[in-house]
Each structure stands twice: as structure tokens, then as C-alpha cells.
Design a protein. Structure first.
Length: 263
């Protein structure tokens, strides 16, 4: 689901900035394959840790899939993502390399350090840049759009990490959410998601007020529930889907609020 959500985010933004149907499809395919590559590499690289934690939701840890199959599939998905991005132009290809590096850097070690949030912030932040560089006349999006996307990435990182808090500590993982603790992490989840939505509503010149209000209220509710659930002794995995849904509301705000770029 996260991979599909990120691909949908990119396609919604692509619609908003005025990409043609063929380029929208290529953007969605490239981002989806990039997400598959990063996700599969995570399952492969975390095999020992997932088995030690008894993760029954990971097919590789359960033995349903071989680690070599998942490893080769992650490489193949990454290579195909580069091919799809290359069809959009050299600039898009270069940024796709950047997106893959950010995701793989997280899996290769940053996820267990105080810098764990950086790949999420960078990866989400450069996503709208990848989209606008895929225009026939490549453009750079407004800075506030990048900030909104980066904030959503930060919120997603904290929401994605907290449900594995106890297991990660047992296997030696000390990511930023583990370091700052549940209370601060819950605050970060809510604050970053709501701030992202607020910036999108405030900065847009084309967004209808009622649409902005609905999007902002929806984000506040979803982020608020996710933040409260984050304070439980064992945070449920529904926290991350709630933030994914909040991010999609923000994607719609961006789609409607940015408008065609370079027209």
C-alpha cells in the first residue's frame, strides 16, 4: 500500500502541474518501481533482524520467498525505474537516481541512526521536483511545495517506525524516533502533517477556500488520531495508513493548489 500511495501522490501532482497523460503514466510507473526497489531491498537487508523479531508479516522472514529472489527483484525494479525515468528525459533520470540513493541509503544503515529521518525528508521532498522536471519544458516547483512534501516524509517516517519500537530496540536499532521517545514522536507526527497541510492551503493562490478547509480539517483529524495512537504502549500499525491517507489529502491540495507550471 505505501508504494501505491506514493505513486498516486506523484500522479496527482503530475495532473496538477499539467503533464500529459503519457508522462503522468510514466511518472507513476517510475515512482512505483522505485518504491518497489526500496521496499524489496528493505526486506532482503533486514532478513536477520525480521526473523529475530518474529515478523510474520514479512514473506522473506517467514520463508515464503527466498532472499535471493527478493534481492534480484529489488535490483530489477530499480533498473526498470531508471529506464522509465529516462524516457522522461535526462533530468528526470538524474533525479530518479537521487531518489533511489535516498531510499537505499536508509536501508543500508541510516535507518538505525539519529539521521534516519533524512532519507524520508529528502526522498519525499524531491518527489515533486522529479515530477516537474518531467514536463516537456522542465521546471522547478515552488520551494513551498518541496517543503510540504518533505514535512510529509518526516511525518511518515515517525509513523512507520513507532509500531516496531520494541522489536527494533531488541535488535539494536536506534533511529531518531527511538532516541526522542514516543511522546515527542507523537508530537512530530501531528505537527509535521498539520504544518504541511497549513502551508499548502496558505501558499496556494488557486485553491478554493472550502477545499482548503476540508483538506486541513481532514489532515488534523487523521494526524491527531495517529498521534494519540502513537502514545500506546504498543503502537498499532494503523498509524502509518492514517498518515498515508493524510498525505493523499495533501496531494490533492497540491494538485488543486499549484496549477500548471511554466504555462
Amino acid at each position: 500500500m505505501p508504494s501505491l500511495a506514493v505513486a498516486l501522490f506523484s500522479m496527482l501532482f503530475a495532473v496538477g502541474v499539467g503533464l500529459g497523460v503519457d508522462r503522468i503514466a510514466l511518472v507513476g510507473l517510475a515512482v512505483l518501481l522505485q518504491q518497489f526497489s526500496v521496499g524489496l531491498s528493505n526486506d532482503w537487508l533486514d532478513l536477520a533482524r525480521d526473523r529475530a523479531s518474529g515478523r510474520t508479516d514479512k514473506p522473506v522472514a517467514k520463508g515464503s520467498l527466498t532472499s535471493s529472489l527478493v534481492r534480484n527483484s529489488s535490483f530489477a525494479a530499480g533498473f526498470t525505474a531508471l529506464l522509465a525515468a529516462g524516457l522522461l528525459g535526462w533530468e528526470s533520470l538524474g533525479w530518479m537516481v537521487f531518489m533511489l540513493v535516498a531510499g537505499w541509503a536508509y536501508n543500508l544503515g541510516l535507518k538505525a541512526t539519529a539521521f534516519s529521518v533524512l532519507p524520508y525528508a529528502v526522498g519525499f521532498g524531491i518527489l515533486p521536483v522529479f515530477v516537474t522536471l518531467s514536463l516537456e519544458q522542465s521546471q522547478i516547483p515552488p520551494a513551498w511545495v518541496v517543503v510540504v512534501a518533505a514535512l510529509l516524509g518526516v511525518s511518515a517516517h515517525f509513523a512507520n517506525t513507532l509500531p516496531d519500537l520494541l522489536e527494533d530496540r531488541a535488535t539494536g536499532v536506534r533511529a531518531l524516533p527511538h532516541i526522542v521517545g514516543q511522546k515527542i514522536s507523537a508530537l512530530v507526527i501531528a505537527a509535521t502533517a498539520i504544518l504541511a497541510s497549513s502551508i499548502a492551503v496558505y501558499q496556494s493562490d488557486t485553491l478554493a477556500p472550502i477545499v482548503g478547509l476540508v483538506g486541513l480539517v481532514a489532515t488534523i483529524l487523521l494526524a491527531g488520531v495517529a498521534s494519540v495512537l502513537s502514545l500506546r504502549q504498543s503502537p498499532p500499525r494503523v498509524i502509518f495508513p492514517l498518515l498515508v491517507l493524510a498525505s493523499l489529502f495533501n496531494a490533492i491540495l497540491l494538485m488543486l493548489g499549484v496549477g500548471p507550471i511554466g504555462v
